[in-house]
Design a protein around this ligand. Structure first.
Ligand code: HEC
Ligand code: HEC
Length: 408
């Protein structure tokens, strides 16, 4: 009998060996759905996920702490940890009371202000008593800031909400060719929707951030460490001088405050986050397509699993391309001169979990829309037709479409 069991185990092994794990989430709706690790990770990968998670949450101070966490925050900063802004990795919310005003949103500064103040407004500073400026309103509307010590022409800014951090390693692994194929910059198919590939300064295809301005998770993380937390990353001087930021800008200190190994752990943490676990409802999907939403919010993209490279497809509802969304959504030209009205199609996966968690929604890049309908009505430019089609739907069809979005 024992021999038979041993034989069965032997026979079964090749089958196990061939089966590649492709799960994108646990299938369970957890309390913190955006904090979960993607299934299929090796023990070593899971260890790195947890170590990265700790670094993501740790409050950094100017000096190292006794329990061994590094210091180095400032001189200018918006928050002392990633988790201050990315609370449970959920989508950010516009500030609704002064107490909740810490770092929920980020003000991107005009290019003129960049030499003086860096790329983002830092409400906190160790070298200025009141930081570079502060949040002026906290009433549930798009936040307004006041900026001290700068000439009026440099005082323009644009607001960005933190997005839900989800499926990031899967997005990172989407091959450039796939994104290039989806682009139709001259609208050759004549559907009114073009879609342009975002290119970073060194020519890579951008995919992260509201304007797809970052090509990699390393790039986003270095940007956040530098600009949101005032930390000098191991090769930051090189990077700062390469970007259009002056090498004399605040925070370009010479001491390294984030070592290579620490950066790699943070990036692996992001890379190994799971995809959302809700199963989209079948009802309403056809309406989503016939209304024209799926022209940009592409329901599924092929990619590779970050744990093992297995081929998978993800229900991301985005083409990761930039679309002109019309003047009402545009940044001031002084902040993003080449892409003022262009935005990356916001991935819609995770809306169901976001709705379960959020008191009130803060949709679109600056949180201006409190409901899904408001978000759709804010669509213009290339999405003008889709918005008009949505408005023309009968009430029951509109509800069906909205319920579909709520199930993603
Ligand atoms: C002061 C608030 C703040 C802090 C601190 C912060 N972030 Fe962010 N994060 C944001 C905002 C706002 C965005 C959207 C920025 C944009 O696209 O312009 C963002 C975007 C991101 C994205 C892109 C997600 C996507 O789907 O494209 C990643 C990844 C990210 N942050 C990781 C981090 C990490 C890692 C840290 C810590 C090293 C960090 N953030 C610290 C506010 C913050
Ligand atoms: C031309 C491309 C395009 C079309 C068509 C389009 N969208 Fe969008 N959508 C976008 C872009 C780009 C954004 C992000 C805009 C911003 O942040 O300012 C967005 C944002 C959203 C958001 C907010 C997501 C978030 O996380 O804040 C929702 C919801 C949404 N779209 C639903 C729809 C629906 C429903 C339709 C069809 C009626 C539709 N969209 C049609 C490009 C498009």
């Amino acid at each position: 009998m024992i021999r038979l069991v041993a034989l069965l185990v032997l026979l079964a092994q090749p089958v196990f060996a061939q089966e590649v794990c492709r799960d994108l989430n646990s299938g369970l709706q957890t309390i913190h759905p955006f904090k979960a690790a993607i299934p299929c990770l090796s023990d070593d990968q899971l260890k790195r996920f947890f170590r990265g998670n700790t670094l993501f949450g740790v409050t950094r101070r100017t000096e190292p702490t006794r329990i061994g966490f590094p210091g180095g925050i400032g001189p200018r900063y918006s928050a002392q940890s990633c988790a201050h802004c990315h609370v449970f990795n959920r989508k950010g919310e516009v500030p609704r009371s002064p107490n909740r005003a810490i770092g929920v949103a980020v003000a991107l500064l005009s290019l003129e202000a960049t030499d003086l103040l860096g790329k983002t407004l830092s409400p906190y500073a160790t070298d200025l008593p009141y930081g570079e400026g502060r949040l002026l309103t906290a009433d549930g509307a798009v936040p307004h800031y006041v900026i001290w010590e700068t000439n009026p022409s440099a005082a323009e800014y644009a607001v960005r909400m933190p997005m839900a951090l989800t499926g990031l390693g899967l997005i990172e692994n989407v091959e450039e060719e796939i994104i290039l194929e989806l682009a139709d910059p001259d609208d050759l198919d004549g559907d009114g929707v073009s879609g342009r590939v975002s290119r970073t300064a060194n020519g890579q295809v951008g995919r992260f951030g509201w304007k797809a301005q970052h090509a990699s998770l390393v790039g986003v993380t270095i940007f956040a460490l530098e600009n949101d937390m005032g930390l000098t990353v191991f090769e930051s001087l090189k990077l700062i001088c390469k970007s259009n930021l002056s090498c004399d800008a605040p925070n370009s200190g010479e001491a390294i405050e984030v070592e290579k190994a620490e950066l790699a752990l943070l990036v692996d943490y992001l890379r190994y986050l799971s995809a959302p676990s809700d199963v989209p409802s079948a009802e309403g999907f056809t309406l989503f397509k016939t209304t024209g939403c799926a022209a940009c919010h592409i329901p599924s993209l092929p990619t590779k699993h970050p744990a093992n490279g297995a081929r998978v497809s993800i229900p991301i509802y985005s083409d990761l391309l930039l679309h002109d969304m019309g003047p009402a959504l545009a940044d001031p030209a002084s902040v993003s001169p080449n892409t003022a009205s262009e935005w990356r199609t916001a991935p819609l996966w995770g809306l169901a979990a976001t709705l379960r968690l959020a008191g009130e929604l803060s949709l679109m890049h600056d949180g201006r829309a409190k409901t899904l309908s408001e978000a759709i009505l804010a669509h213009d430019g290339e999405a003008h037709n889709a918005r008009q089609n949505f408005l023309r739907l009968e009430a029951s069809a509109r509800d069906k479409l909205l319920n579909f979005l709520k199930s993603l």
